[in-house]
Design a protein around this ligand. Structure first.
Ligand code: M6R
Length: 605
């Protein structure tokens, strides 16, 4: 299960704070919700349901409780049912959980818990185990005994009956942040849940046991030693996480891209050249590098592919892109001269985090490109390059992709300079082109009406294809992912030259094909491939930097992108692809911000 918890143990009413906190985390994606709170007699009341927080609100009565826990679940073990929703109660224990207890089955058998279970979840086994070890007097002792038995990832918030006003918490891998303010104490999987109460917070250290009361949070390790939390301060507030007049977060974030790119690149351009001095990355990091492996998931991985194409082209060294969830289970060839770049908007994607941990066993040249400050991946990599895009709320990643790509452009230029693969004059010209990217994107955003219009042709499609060559192929993958995740239309990305080896059999009358042709060295080749699908009845939407294409044997609709040096075309082309996905989704009447089955931050394997 995946948790978004927001807990308060305080002097003001908890229920509304919990429900509002859960609403703030709705963007992360979930399928059930629940809360638990202490009643006046020290007993615990639970309300939970499959569905949305508004459904949970509907079954909650007004109450005066000042201490409670809340959760939204993204199903992993067991279907989307009321019984599987959190909190889970077993005897004196009520808890919520983010993560997966991998050995839950074994634990249930070994400790004979089966008869006590009413749900299909791994979480309930943990609740039953805590209760089994609880002597009715000392919750911390029970936690200390249970934690070493658990395999997997977890962030638990636990309430013990007859201990009103106290919440216990402990985590391994799964994220958890906490704060105390004049309104009470808070703990959540994401700061957004309580940022309006406190901008000063701390990341809960792994395996620290927290005891949270209205006015204080105590931390101790599994041996009982006191731990001092390290406080951090956020530099954004809820206004950055609001729609500001846009109908959706996704549209807002698409439009924020020019500003976001500037925030990523400008502080790192000194005297017309890239500089990572303020990030604390020494030149030796760039000099002594034999090969590069980029590891990430989803859109972050596709941004990595943009990086790979550019780096390999300019640096002439091997660059590999690995799917984080595969990387861990392969035998990655990494030496102490290899640079490993992990890319993650949230900095909490567990596959990427675990891949980073593996990479660190082989090289200490790990660098992360991360948006969320202080996140696990940022903290654990040897070096971090923050993208400063501001909070990304829509599940479908947009601005995070362009800033990650921009970070790769800066890094490539720096590597090329240090490795003498680029002259200083060429580097200055490269950086000046990068500085123009935000204006170019602003131009492309003006095409939104045209893009919305052309998506009308896509609304009834069951299958679509995205094709291109070289960097246009990597863009195709991102375009296809974006369309799939928010419009639920099957979309496949194909290297245009590969179509004829099988996939072209799927092209039939009217099937939309989004074709990209921004790269001159393969332009004629890709146009031939486009003609091949057109000849078989495809409805072709072509993106290129040509001013006009009127040849009906090539395309049905042409989007003319502003003319830029072709290495920089990815930025403007991807914005069109984002808009195609967005307007197809909204045109179908779907919720583009919160697509079904998806979570914003995937903290389970
Ligand atoms: O937070 P991360 O960048 O690590 O997330 C990686 C992927 O889960 C994410 O990019 C996902 O593919 C998005 N839904 C894409 O829009």
């Amino acid at each position: 299960s995946d948790v978004c918890s927001s807990d308060l143990t305080g002097n003001i009413k908890a229920q509304d704070i919990l429900l509002t906190g859960l609403e703030k985390l709705e963007y992360r994606g979930y399928d059930s919700a629940g809360i638990a709170y202490f009643k006046e007699n020290g007993k615990i009341s639970i309300r939970k349901t499959a569905g949305k927080v508004k459904d949970l609100r509907a079954i909650c009565d007004d109450n005066d409780a000042t201490c409670g826990i809340g959760h939204t679940r993204w199903a992993t073990h067991g279907g989307v049912t009321n019984a599987n929703a959190h909190p889970h109660k077993s005897g004196s224990v009520s808890l919520i959980h983010n993560g997966i207890i991998e050995n839950y089955h074994e634990l249930a058998t070994t400790y004979e818990l089966e008869d006590r279970l009413i749900s299909e979840t791994d979480t309930e086994v943990a609740a039953a185990l805590f209760d089994k070890f609880y002597d009715g007097k000392n919750p911390i002792e029970a936690i200390k005994e249970v934690i070493p038995l658990l395999k997997g990832s977890f962030a638990f918030c636990i309430m013990f009956e007859n201990r009103p006003g106290v919440i216990y918490a402990v985590r391994n891998v799964s994220p958890m942040v906490a704060a105390t303010s004049k309104e009470g104490s808070f703990i959540a999987s994401d700061l957004t849940a309580f940022i309006e109460y406190s901008k000063r917070y701390f990341i809960v250290p792994e395996y620290a046991i927290l005891t949270m009361e209205a006015d204080k949070i105590d931390l101790q390790d599994l041996n009982g030693n006191t731990i001092e939390p390290e406080f951090l301060e956020v530099d954004w507030d809820m206004t950055a996480a609001q729609k500001e007049g846009y109908p959706t977060f996704m549209l807002k974030e698409i439009n924020e891209q020019p500003a976001a790119i500037n925030r990523t690149i400008m502080p790192r351009i000194k005297d017309g050249l890239p500089s990572f001095e303020e990030d604390g990355i020494p030149d030796s990091f760039f000099a002594d590098c034999s090969d590069i492996t980029i590891v990430a998931c989803g859109t972050a991985m596709y941004a990595g592919m943009v990086g790979k194409t550019l780096m390999q082209d300019i640096l002439g060294i091997p660059v590999t892109v690995a799917i984080a969830s595969e990387f861990r289970y392969e035998r990655p060839v990494i030496t102490d001269k290899s640079v490993v770049i992990v890319v993650s908007q949230s900095g909490e994607t567990i596959d990427t985090l675990e891949a980073l941990r593996l990479a660190k066993t082989k090289t200490n040249k790990t660098l992360s490109i991360v948006n969320v400050k202080g996140s696990s991946i940022a903290r654990e990599s040897n070096y971090v390059l923050y993208t400063h895009a501001g909070p990304e709320i829509a599940v479908a990643s947009t601005k995070a992709y362009t800033v990650q790509a921009a970070a790769f452009y800066l890094l490539t230029c720096k590597l090329a300079l240090v490795q003498n693969a680029m002259s200083e004059a060429d580097a200055r010209a490269f950086i000046s082109n990068l500085e123009n990217v935000s204006d170019n994107i602003a131009e492309v955003l003006k095409l939104s009406d045209k893009v919305e219009q052309l998506t009308k042709r896509m609304l009834n499609a069951s299958h679509t294809f995205f094709i291109g060559r070289g960097s246009d192929y990597t863009l195709s993958m991102e375009g296809a992912l974006k369309l799939k995740e928010i419009s639920y239309i099957h979309a496949e990305a194909y290297a245009a030259g590969e179509l004829k080896h099988g996939t072209i059999a799927l092209i039939s009358e009217g099937v939309p094909v989004i074709a990209l042709a921004t790269q001159s060295h393969v332009y004629n080749k890709v146009i031939s491939n486009i003609r091949e699908v057109k000849a078989r009845g495809a409805y072709v939407i072509l993106l290129s930097m040509d001013e006009k294409i009127t040849d009906a044997t090539i395309c049905d609709t042409h989007i003319s992108l502003p003319k830029v040096p072709e290495q920089f075309a990815v930025f403007e082309a991807v914005v069109i692809l984002q808009m195609i996905a967005y307007f197809t989704s909204t045109g179908k009447g779907l919720n583009a911000d919160q697509p079904r089955n998806l979570a914003k931050s995937v903290t389970v394997e």
